[in-house]
Design a binder for this molecule. Structure first.
Ligand code: CA
Length: 219
């Protein structure tokens, strides 16, 4: 079930937003403290955050920064009275997906929430990829190998996701390049080899086998 976290310290606005979202079929939780909001966000129980900037403890920008430092891809919509250009830029550069200035129209907020959930929410069943003792959470970007947490960069994660989706199969460098770098790559580049080296270092060298004249295979 989709659950939305509303981070807002003004009870009237929080209640208004929660009531509207509930009526639209989205269960919510309201939190007024920025620090508590960060732990809630990292719990993995929420699918989207509506984030106020002016909060009693740490501000919304700091909340966003802490969430993104864990490489969480959770959609965040900033909702604030501070509608000046520098704030909007700071919010978007800090990793917010969208920005709305108060006073806001609830219908507009709802439209933006639906848009974010459609484009970002992975389907429930495909949230965690598993192969042997490796698990990759596509939602929280949490990776574990043999029960141990492993920190991967965004690019390493995407490359690992490509291996996990075709575990046991030999993947060519071209396939891996297009999976992790999209069309934005030079086909002659050795970037795949470099990143496979990083992954071997982090996951254990024996897990990614070299397939001669082709590329690599997740054992
Ligand atoms: Ca506030």
């Amino acid at each position: 079930m989709i659950q939305i976290l509303i981070v807002e310290d003004e009870p009237r606005i929080a209640a208004f937003t929660a009531k509207g979202l509930k009526a639209a079929g989205y269960p919510t939780r309201v939190e007024s403290s920025g620090i508590a909001a960060v732990s809630l966000a990292l719990s993995g129980e929420f699918d989207l955050i509506i984030l106020d900037i002016g909060l009693p403890d740490i501000d919304g920008f700091e909340v966003l920064k802490r969430i993104r430092s864990h490489r969480m891809s959770l959609p965040v919509i900033i909702l604030t009275a501070r509608s000046t250009v520098p704030d909007i830029v700071a919010g978007l550069e800090g990793g917010a997906d969208d920005y709305m200035a108060k006073p806001f129209s609830f219908q507009e907020l709802l439209a933006r929430v639906r848009l974010r959930l459609r484009s970002d929410a992975p389907s429930e069943s495909a949230t965690v990829l598993r192969h042997r003792d490796i698990s990759l959470d596509l939602h929280t970007h949490h990776v574990t190998v043999a029960g141990r947490h492993v920190e991967l960069s965004a690019r390493e994660f995407t490359l690992m996701e490509a291996f996990m989706r075709q575990a046991g199969e030999a993947l060519s460098r071209e396939q891996l390049l297009s999976a992790a770098w999209g069309y934005d790559f030079d086909p002659g580049s050795n970037v795949v080899d470099v990143y496979v080296r990083y992954l071997r270092h982090k996951l254990g060298a024996e897990r990614l086998e070299t397939v001669r004249n082709i590329g690599y295979r997740l054992v």
